[in-house]
Design a protein around this ligand. Structure first.
Ligand code: TYC
Length: 120
C-alpha cells in the first residue's frame, strides 16, 4: 500500500481582497491541523508446526503481553487461523513483524506474521 503523506499547510495570514471587506484589510489566521497517524495491526497466522509454547513466548517478548493474555491470543490463532497481536504505527508494526520472523527463522519454525492497516 502506498504511504499517504499528510499535506502540510503553512501557517500564514491570508489577506482578503478589499472588495470583500468594504475597504478594510482583514487578516485571517489558518491553524495547522496535525492528523493522527494511521494505525496498523500486527496479525499472526496459524500453522501446523510452530510449537504453542514458542508463540506464547513471542507474544510476551515482542508484544508485552502477560502469560495469560499470550496464551489466550495463541489459542485464538490456533482455532481461528489468525489473531491480532497488537496495534501500532506503521514503522513500529513493521519492526514487530521483523522481530517475530527473525526469531521464528532462527528457531527453525514456519511462523508467519503480517501487518495491515486498520479499516476506518
Ligand atoms: N497450531 C500450532 C500447533 O498446534 C500452534 C500455533 C499457534 C502455531 C499460533 C502458530 O500463530 C500460531 N502447534
Amino acid at each position: 500500500m502506498a504511504t499517504k503523506i499528510p499535506k502540510i499547510v503553512p501557517i500564514q495570514p491570508i489577506q482578503k481582497p478589499d472588495s470583500d471587506t468594504g475597504g478594510t484589510v482583514l487578516l485571517e489566521r489558518r491553524t495547522q491541523k496535525t492528523l493522527p497517524p494511521h494505525m496498523y495491526q500486527v496479525v499472526m497466522l496459524n500453522d501446523d508446526y510452530t510449537p504453542m509454547e514458542f508463540v506464547v513466548i513471542v507474544l510476551q517478548e515482542f508484544f508485552g503481553k502477560d502469560l495469560e493474555t499470550s496464551t489466550m491470543i495463541m489459542l485464538k490463532i490456533h482455532l481461528d487461523g489468525k489473531g491480532i497481536c497488537g496495534v501500532y504505527t506503521r514503522d513500529v508494526a513493521a519492526t514487530k513483524v521483523d522481530q517475530v520472523l527473525d526469531a521464528a527463522n532462527k528457531a527453525g519454525h514456519p511462523l508467519k506474521c503480517i501487518f495491515e492497516p486498520i479499516e476506518s
